[in-house]
Design a protein around this ligand. Structure first.
Ligand code: PMP
Length: 358
């Protein structure tokens, strides 16, 4: 193998926002079964570290184009974190004040990241679930005349995945097999936007959707009520708190409803949070691919599909964000801060250990 060289991107980017998207598709070389080819689309490469940068920039720029967002107007949104971090980056770059509402159950690094990027973060009690933070954002927008980003309802969500994520997948698999595309959902923007395109351009690709086993709200068949603005009016009865942050709020988002009504997925499979965590750890430790709990969970389902997939099948798995967002969560449970016995033994194996121990 020759020495690696790089060429640069051959252009100067006018703004950090111009680096969003075009995330790499990467082969899994060790942890997948030999009879299939598994690739991941690694969204941590976005400048804000997650897939939600795509939606954040589109929500703001579509509203600017259509005059729905005025210069200097405050933006407000309810988010489990990644949308908030994406919006904070976009609002910082473009000069809009941002207020985020978020349940206090989501990881503290998410709050601190948003504040670091200049946003205000209003916490809502975890007992009120996603619906609580959602209602808070709506109230604040109404009371103050702020711009509500509406990630769960706006067409700007799935549209950006149709125009970017899906086009990237088509380009990367041009002339190649693609038998399965595997994703979870939070708002449903990814599955609805990419689903539109794959159904049209790659009708042979099977789309696999997954959700937390203990919050299988789509699988339950219960139909959520919504108001005339397509906003949820109740918390879903099948919801339970789950460890896959960023996935499955306690209502069925309107953006996701398109994928349900349009039969954009061939199978809906539940995944246990613990399996997601263990596959995220394996991706990091055995492939060098550092993704969060939702990435590990999506990968867990891909490994389940792979077991019975015909020889030569090609799978593509969405990895929505970076694992660095989960240092304070169960993903890192058992990862030591102090030296382990093994590390102490390594340390003591050379002469300077005498000096250190005095
Ligand atoms: N994983 C994580 C970590 C997320 O933050 C999100 C978005 N909330 C998703 C997956 C799902 O993406 P989407 O909203 O497009 O369904």
């Amino acid at each position: 193998m020759g020495t690696r060289t790089t060429e640069g991107r051959g252009k100067l980017h006018a703004s950090i926002l111009d680096t969003i998207g075009n995330t790499p598709t990467v082969r899994i070389n060790k942890i997948a079964p030999d009879h299939v080819d598994v690739y991941v689309k690694f969204e941590a490469f976005n400048p804000g570290g997650s897939v939600k940068d795509r939606l954040a920039v589109n929500i703001i720029e579509a509203a600017e184009r259509e005059g729905r967002l005025k210069p200097g107007q405050t933006v407000v949104e309810a988010t489990s974190g990644n949308t908030g971090i994406g919006l904070a980056m976009v609002c910082a770059a473009k000069g809009y004040p941002l207020v985020i509402t978020m349940a206090d159950s989501f990881s503290v690094e998410r709050r601190r990241l948003m504040r670091f990027l200049g946003a205000k973060v209003v916490l809502t009690p975890r007992a009120l679930k996603g619906f609580g933070m959602y209602s808070k954002a709506k109230e604040l927008a109404e009371k103050n005349g702020w711009f509500l980003a509406s990630q769960f309802e706006t067409p700007d969500n799935a549209d950006i995945h149709q125009n970017t994520t899906a086009r990237e997948i088509l380009a990367d698999f041009d002339g190649e097999r693609l038998d399965y595309w595997v994703t979870g959902y939070g708002t449903g923007g990814t599955v609805s936007g990419v689903g539109r395109v794959l159904r049209e351009s790659r009708p042979d690709t099977k789309i696999i959707l997954t959700e937390p086993a203990n919050a299988a709200i789509v699988g339950s068949g219960y139909v959520n009520t919504r108001n005339e603005a397509n906003q949820p009016t109740e918390s879903h009865p099948s919801f339970e708190p789950h460890p896959i942050q960023g996935w499955t709020p306690d209502f069925i988002p309107f953006v996701l409803q398109e994928a349900m009504d349009g039969a954009y997925y061939d199978e809906l499979l539940p995944v246990a949070g613990a399996d997601g965590i263990s596959w995220s750890r394996r991706l990091a430790a055995e492939e060098g691919i550092f993704t969060g709990i939702s990435g590990g969970s999506t990968f867990a389902i891909a490994m389940q599909i792979a077991q019975t997939a015909p020889k030569g099948s090609v799978l593509l798995v969405m990895l929505p964000d970076t694992g660095e967002r989960y240092l304070s969560t169960p993903l890192f449970e058992g990862i030591a801060e102090e030296m382990t016995e093994e590390e102490i033994a390594i340390s003591q194996s050379t002469p300077s250990a005498q000096m250190e121990t005095g």
